[in-house]
Design a protein. Structure first.
Length: 145
């Protein structure tokens, strides 16, 4: 029996996992929160799960790559993201803890701007968002979009 090379490569690749917790800026665990895993290289959604009662989540069976963990509120808006996580084949990464700004799990009170990579930034109405830094990486980046 002869198998195509793509089948052989897929069969032999080791997968890894990413796990952590979602919490508020005050340190309170976010039980039953929706957590997405996004491929940072492509911007495509790689997985979705719900945190347990302690705010813990995990994504398993992942191919090697760059990922970002996102916490999503009830309206589907991304309210917090992790820094990019580099996952090597066969590695299990734990301790990727994502912290939402205070009141981020509610809607209203600010504006959301999305980058082409799918990364969101919230600009609160008249109030700064603690722990959020926005940086323009292109000379033609707009401060209003």
């Amino acid at each position: 029996m002869v198998l195509p090379a793509s089948t052989l490569l897929a069969y032999g690749q080791a997968t890894g996992s990413i796990a952590g917790t979602a919490s508020s800026s005050s340190g309170q665990s976010m039980a039953n929160a929706t957590v997405h895993l996004r491929n940072a290289s492509t911007g495509q959604l790689a997985g979705s799960t719900t945190t347990n009662g302690a705010g813990a989540y995990s994504f398993t069976g992942l191919p090697a790559g760059q990922y970002v963990v996102e916490v999503v509120n009830g309206s589907g808006e991304i309210v917090a993201t992790s820094t990019p996580v580099s996952l090597a084949a066969g590695i299990n990464i734990t301790g990727i803890n994502v912290m939402t700004p205070a009141a981020a799990m509610t809607t209203g009170g600010g504006s959301w701007f999305t980058s082409k990579a799918g990364i969101l930034t919230m600009v609160a109405a008249g109030v700064g968002v603690a722990g959020v830094t926005v940086a323009a990486t292109r000379p033609n980046a707009s401060g209003t979009k």
